[in-house]
Write a protein that binds this ligand. Structure first.
Ligand SMILES: Cc1cc2nc3c(=O)[nH]c(=O)nc-3n(C[C@H](O)[C@H](O)[C@H](O)COP(=O)(O)O)c2cc1C
Length: 219
């Protein structure tokens, strides 16, 4: 195929959702970023720390509009076909800092989560690997219309889960993560390049679709 006819590589935003420097989720995000790059897609590797923003406050929004961090995250989402979040689990749910970022960015019109695919992964020292937090994270993202990949990946005992080279210490888990990332990219590619369905979502209350707010339709 001539170079000019080749589709551009998929672009995937990948970020860890913990702020601390030694974050296991930052390590997992780096590994996923590597796997995505190895698969031929373009990676935009970020950290939630880059998107500093205050706690959501409707008065701040009215007075000053959206904070720069939220606009920056919105901009990075807009230039991506898909995103991957590696998130810790806090008290069996989504870390407040991540939910706060989703809330701010959801105020942009048209809100950007609606058109994206997402893969959710987590790392935790616990035996659950932070998986309950990912189920909680699905709720706001799916509400916003993100196509959240059905399979998720949670790394248990993350403090001993990585090799010095940044791979997973357990080869079977490393294979599973590689396969999950590959399958996710396959779906994003199919949906991005070979669109045969037009989707419409009416559920997000912030969207001025003119449809009754209780109606959700896919066509
Ligand atoms: C406020 C708070 C709540 C936590 N709740 C959970 C939890 O419900 N389940 C869990 O597996 N780990 C929990 N942890 C432990 C985190 O999984 C652990 O600190 C992990 O290393 C955080 O991810 P990070 O390494 O990317 O910062 C919690 C930690 C904090 C600070």
């Amino acid at each position: 195929m001539p170079t000019e006819d080749r589709p551009r590589p998929l672009r995937v935003l990948v970020f860890g959702a913990a702020l601390r420097a030694g974050s296991a989720n930052a390590r997992l995000a780096s590994l996923v970023a590597r796997l995505i790059a190895d698969a031929g897609a373009t990676v935009d590797h970020a950290s939630l720390r880059e998107f500093d923003m205050p706690l959501y406050d409707g008065d701040i929004e009215t007075a000053d509009g959206l904070p720069e961090g939220a606009l920056a995250l919105h901009g990075r989402l807009e230039t991506s076909d898909a995103f991957v979040i590696s998130s810790p689990e806090y008290n069996a749910s989504v870390p407040g800092v991540l939910k706060n970022a989703v809330d701010w960015v959801s105020r942009v019109q048209p809100q950007p989560f609606k058109t994206k695919h997402a893969l959710l992964v987590s790392a935790s020292p616990s035996l659950m690997g932070g998986n309950r937090g990912l189920w909680a994270l699905r709720i706001p993202l799916e509400h916003l219309g993100t196509r959240v990949y059905p399979d998720m990946f949670s790394l248990a005992r993350a403090h001993e889960g990585f090799t010095e080279a940044g791979l997973l210490a357990d080869p079977a888990l490393q294979r599973r993560l590689t396969e999950t990332v590959g399958a996710f990219l396959g779906l994003v590619e199919a949906d991005t390049r070979y669109v045969c369905l037009r989707r419409r979502w009416y559920e997000f209350l912030g969207d001025a679709t003119g449809a009754p707010v209780t109606q959700r339709a896919e066509g």
